[in-house]
Design a protein around this ligand. Structure first.
Ligand code: ASC
Length: 150
């Protein structure tokens, strides 16, 4: 009987542990999702910053490609901010949900700047490219300053 109880308890412990490992909550999945989206955006923006700072050679095709990738990624941000999804290593501030309209307007401002980035990337006017990379970085930062934990 003792042995039977031990087996039952062990099975119960395994079931709980297995479930915790296998199933991320929706909130955890949302954090991982938006971190992935931001990672892709940052990966693609980095070389554009490098090019306008003349730290890496200018390549118009890479510039256009990366700007278009950012344009495709930015609309994916919002859906990652499901309610109460500040869990794990999330750097999101809960204020996002208290100021949802402002948060959304900052996302919209970023979209506007990235759309302009794609437009100027058709040309090779380094001054225009530099200005628009700057404006895009500012739009990223506007949200980070207010809604991302340090
Ligand atoms: C980047 C990156 C950001 C923004 C931000 C702009 O390259 O990863 O989060 O630019 O630093 O201020």
């Amino acid at each position: 009987m003792k042995r039977f109880t031990t087996v039952l308890v062990s099975l119960a412990v395994l079931a709980v542990a297995g479930r915790a490992l296998a199933e991320a909550t929706m909130e955890e999945a949302a954090v991982a999702y938006r971190q992935g989206v931001y990672e892709v955006i940052g990966w693609n923006f980095g070389p554009l910053v490098g090019m306008v700072k003349q730290e890496i050679p200018f390549d118009t095709l890479v510039f256009q490609r990366n700007a278009k990738r950012m344009q495709a990624m930015v609309p994916m941000i919002e859906e990652g901010f499901i309610p109460n999804s500040v869990v794990g290593d999330s750097e999101a501030k809960p204020e996002i949900w208290d100021n949802w309209d402002d948060f959304k307007s900052k996302l919209q401002a970023l979209q506007t700047e990235v759309d302009k980035l794609v437009a100027v990337s058709a040309g090779t006017d380094m001054q225009a490219l530099g200005a628009q990379v700057g404006a895009t970085g500012k739009a990223c930062k506007a949200c980070h300053d207010e809604y991302r934990k340090e």
